[in-house]
Design a protein around this ligand. Structure first.
Ligand SMILES: Cc1cc2nc3c(=O)[nH]c(=O)nc-3n(C[C@H](O)[C@H](O)[C@H](O)COP(=O)(O)O)c2cc1C
Length: 379
C-alpha cells in the first residue's frame, strides 16, 4: 500500500471519526438541552401541589383557594379558566383561548372542567372556614362564588385535592371493597346529574365496545390527532416551558424530542389505541358514567363538580381513576352509547374507570398569577 492510499485511508477514518463525534455531540447536546438535570420537573410539581397555606393574609388565602381550584381535572390540561377575586367573592370565567374545537366543539368539556375547579374551590373554602354560595352560569358566562365566614369543616376530600390525579396506567385488577364502593356510591349528587356504576364484566364489555368504536373514530381523524399533538408535552423541557398540556410521562410514555413524538402519535394505528384502552378498562375494578338531564352550561358545571367529588373520594380511599370519554366525545356514538347502557333519557357526559394502581408522574399547572385577573370582570 503506497503513501497516498495510506493517507486516503487515514482521511476516511478521520472523516468517520469526525462524523461520529459530530453525531454524538449533536445528540448529546440535544439530550442535554431537552433532558437537562437542572430542569427540575419534580421540584416544579411539588411546588404546584404544596399544601394549602392557611396562616396568611385574607388576600393570599383567596389566592390559595384559586390555586387549589386549578389542581382540578380538566380536558387535555388546557386549564381553560380565569379567576377574578372580588370583595368576598371569586368568579371562575372560561378562557376560550384554551378551548379544544375538535374534541369539544360545544365547549361542553370546557364547562365540565370549570365545574371540577369549582368543586375543589368549594371543598377548600369549607375546610378553611367559609360558607360558599354558588351562582351558576344560567344567565351569565361565568360562575360566581360568594363567601361568608363559618366554622372550618375539615374534610378528607380537602387533603385529597393535591393527591388526586388522572392515572392512565393499567390497574391491578383487584375489586374495590364493598364498604369503600358504598362510600363512593352514596356521595351527594347535584341537581340534574346522575351516576351509573358498572362493576360486572358484562357491563364493562358493553362499555368497552363503545370505547373501541370511539378510539377507531378519533384515531382516524387527522384534526383530532393534530389537536392532541398540540397539547402533548413530549419532554420535561416542553412541560416546564408551558406548565400546561399532557406531559408524556404522566401517561406512562417516554420523553422524546417533539419530531419523534409527533411521528409516533401521528402513526398510532387506531386498533393499537383501542387495544391499549381495552386492556386498561379490563384491568379496572369498574366504571362509572356521569349523566345529566340536559345539555347546558349549568348542568355541565354540576357534572364537573360530581366528577371531582367522586375522584376526590376515590383518592381519599387510595383508589385511582382515569377517563375513557371517547364514546361521548364522538357525536355519532353518544346516543348509541346512551341507549346501550340503558341511560333512558339521561345524557352521558363522562366515562370514568377506577381501580388500584401505583401513582403516575404528576401533571403541572400554571401559577395563580397567570390565571387571576385582578380588578373587575375579566373579558
Ligand atoms: C372534561 C374532561 C375530559 C377529559 N377527557 C380525558 C380523556 O378523554 N382521556 C384522558 O386520558 N384524560 C381525560 N381527562 C383528564 C385530563 O387530561 C387531566 O385531568 C389533565 O391532564 C390534568 O391531569 P390530572 O387530572 O392528573 O391533574 C379529562 C378531564 C376532564 C375534566
Amino acid at each position: 500500500m503506497n503513501k497516498t492510499q495510506n493517507r486516503k485511508r487515514l482521511n476516511r477514518r478521520d472523516f468517520l471519526k469526525l462524523s461520529a463525534i459530530a453525531c454524538v455531540t449533536a445528540v448529546g447536546g440535544y439530550a442535554l438541552s431537552e433532558y437537562a438535570p437542572w430542569l427540575d420537573y419534580d421540584g416544579q410539581a411539588n411546588s404546584t401541589l404544596r399544601p394549602f397555606e392557611q396562616n396568611t393574609t385574607a388576600t393570599l388565602r383567596m389566592q390559595e383557594l384559586v390555586r387549589y381550584a386549578t389542581l382540578a381535572a380538566n380536558g387535555h390540561n388546557t386549564q381553560p379558566w380565569k379567576f377574578v377575586i372580588g370583595e368576598g367573592a371569586i368568579e371562575i370565567h372560561p378562557d376560550y383561548s384554551r378551548r379544544l374545537p375538535v374534541v369539544d366543539p360545544l365547549d361542553r368539556e370546557l364547562w365540565i372542567s370549570l365545574g371540577c375547579a369549582l368543586e375543589n374551590l368549594l371543598v377548600a373554602a369549607r375546610s378553611v372556614g367559609f360558607a360558599p354560595e354558588v351562582i351558576y352560569p344560567d344567565l351569565k358566562d361565568f360562575i360566581q362564588i360568594r363567601f361568608t365566614k363559618d366554622v372550618p369543616d375539615a374534610s378528607p376530600l380537602f387533603d385529597a385535592i393535591p393527591q388526586r390525579q388522572t392515572t392512565r396506567s393499567e390497574f391491578d385488577g383487584r375489586s374495590i371493597q364493598a364498604v369503600d364502593l358504598d362510600q363512593v356510591q352514596t356521595l351527594p349528587l347535584e341537581p340534574g346529574v346522575s351516576l351509573r356504576y358498572m362493576t360486572n364484566p358484562t357491563d364493562l364489555e358493553t362499555m368497552l365496545e363503545y370505547v373501541n368504536q370511539g378510539n377507531l373514530s378519533q384515531y382516524t381523524n387527522e384534526a383530532f390527532l393534530d389537536e392532541l399533538i398540540d397539547w402533548l408535552r413530549f419532554n420535561k423541557k416542553e412541560a416546564l416551558a408551558s406548565l400546561d398540556g399532557l406531559y408524556t410521562r404522566a401517561s406512562g410514555n417516554p420523553e422524546v424530542p417533539r419530531w419523534l413524538g409527533q411521528m409516533f402519535v401521528g402513526g398510532t394505528k387506531p386498533q393499537q389505541q383501542a387495544d391499549a384502552d381495552a386492556a386498561k378498562l379490563r384491568s379496572s375494578s369498574g366504571g362509572v358514567v356521569i349523566a345529566s338531564e340536559s345539555d347546558d352550561k349549568t348542568v355541565w358545571v354540576r357534572t364537573g363538580q360530581v366528577y371531582e367529588r367522586v375522584a376526590l373520594k376515590l383518592t381519599s380511599l387510595d383508589i385511582k381513576s382515569a377517563f375513557l370519554n371517547q364514546p361521548i366525545e364522538v357525536a355519532d356514538l353518544r346516543m348509541q352509547f346512551q341507549t346501550a347502557i340503558g341511560l333512558g333519557s339521561s345524557l352521558p357526559q363522562l366515562l370514568v374507570r377506577f381501580g388500584y394502581a401505583e401513582a403516575m408522574p404528576r401533571s403541572l399547572r400554571r401559577p395563580v398569577d397567570e390565571v387571576i385577573v385582578n380588578g373587575g370582570i375579566w373579558k
